[in-house]
Design a binder for this molecule. Structure first.
Ligand SMILES: Nc1nc2c(c(=O)[nH]1)N[C@H]1C(S)=C(S)[C@@H](COP(=O)(O)O)O[C@H]1N2
Ligand SMILES: [Mo]
Length: 373
């Protein structure tokens, strides 16, 4: 693999781990996600194609809304900002393949551990407001998203990825056309000048360098919508099977998940340490996180972590716990979250699927007190 410092695009993102250079993909170590708002310097990067040219004048970037609308729109970023109500929400963006490396046998695709996720403050306008201005026809049932980036071979005539969503998700007020991240203009690597942010659903819907939203009268069939892409079996299948002849559904809301962001895996404490502060984050797609539990005895007993209130829907829940350690030695901290539908994270990867989506197995962090690991 290429050396990390050969990649100028990743400058300033020094703590990320590189998963691929072409296309550029990098994830955040769990301990890099210890802030309520993930800084841009530690926000993961996922591309399916090459990077497009940088926009010289971001406010002149053009978005087209067409298809099943009464009046197709061509709006610059400046017009989006001036004609529609601006909103800022802190929301989780998570790659559909986050956690993929925990599937056994290995599934196809980038080997994400737990760091294909971040939670940023996104500023933009509700896609719903813009769609209302265009006037949705009764035939409007699905969106189709297009960006300015070329595919992996550098071709501009084939989108690197083009996904879409049911129109009711597009009409949620938190689904944003975003032009700022953490209070600054949207960085180029994260899709600046303009991207979609579709919270709670796979990150692949959050089209970067957004140029067009085509409103369709049927489910979209662009790259990333067909075959095994972003689809999971309706019922569990044997791990390692090829998915042929199996009923699949499009992965929409992401499953409940939590990470331990402090201490970092491998932390060694001085002999005599008995109390350690444990922190993390939990999120649950369209659902809410109801509970986070911690175990330091490999799941034999669990105790509740304290949850902080969310800033808004789709924010992640920051949690903390302070656990007395029984003595010296090596321990594993396990964290598991439960959502508002009563679903709890599994201890090992469940729902194996050929492309490895939606793995939400419990995150485990090893620590040592008074001894070398
Ligand atoms: N134009 C475009 N948008 C895209 C992609 C892409 O390759 N091209 N990748 C998608 C995927 S798979 C993910 S997980 C998110 C990642 O966003 P980030 O790079 O800002 O973290 O962008 C999505 N939007
Ligand atoms: Mo993704």
């Amino acid at each position: 693999m290429d050396r990390r410092d050969d990649i100028p695009e990743l400058r300033g993102k020094d703590s990320l781990s590189l998963l691929g250079h072409v296309p550029l993909v990098a994830e955040t170590p769990e301990e890099g996600l210890d802030d309520a708002t993930t800084p841009v310097s530690r926000f993961f990067v996922r591309n399916n194609g090459l990077l497009p040219p940088r926009a010289e004048r971001p406010d002149e970037w053009m978005l087209v809304i067409d298809g099943e609308v009464e009046a197709p729109l061509r709006l610059t970023v400046a017009e989006l900002k001036s004609r529609f109500v601006q909103k800022t929400y802190r929301m989780v963006l998570e790659c559909g393949g986050n956690g993929r490396s925990f599937f056994s046998p290995a599934a196809e695709g980038n080997p994400w551990t737990n760091g294909g996720v971040g939670c940023a403050e996104w500023t933009g306008v509700s896609l719903a407001d813009v769609l209302r201005a265009a006037g949705l026809k009764t035939s409007a049932v699905y969106t189709a998203h297009y960006g300015a980036d070329p595919d992996k071979s550098g071709r501009y005539d084939a989108p690197s990825i083009s996904r879409g969503m049911r129109i009711d998700k597009a009409l949620e007020e938190h689904t944003l056309l975003a032009f700022a991240m953490n209070g600054a203009p949207l960085p180029f690597l994260h899709g600046g000048p303009l991207r979609l942010v579709v919270p709670g659903w796979p990150g692949s819907l959050s089209q970067k360098w957004l140029t067009r939203i085509w409103i369709r009268d049927r489910e979209h069939d662009g790259p990333g919508m067909t075959g095994l892409s972003y689809r999971v079996p309706v019922d569990p299948i044997p791990p390692g099977s090829n998915g042929e002849g199996v009923a699949l559904r499009i992965l929409e809301s992401m499953p409940v998940r939590s990470i331990v962001t402090a201490p970092a895996d491998g932390t060694a404490y001085a002999a005599g340490t008995r109390d350690i502060a444990i922190r993390g984050a939990a999120w649950a797609g369209d659902d809410a996180v109801m509970r986070v539990q911690i175990s330091i005895d490999r799941g034999a007993t669990w105790s509740d972590a304290a949850l902080e209130p969310l800033r808004n829907r789709y924010d992640w829940a920051r949690w903390s716990a302070s656990l007395p350690l029984p003595g010296e030695g090596t321990y594993e901290i396990w964290a598991r979250a439960t959502d508002s539908s009563g679903r709890t994270q599994p201890l090992v990867a469940e729902n194996w699927n050929p492309n490895g989506y939606g793995c939400n197995a419990v995150h485990r962090v090893a620590i040592t007190v008074g001894r070398e690991i």
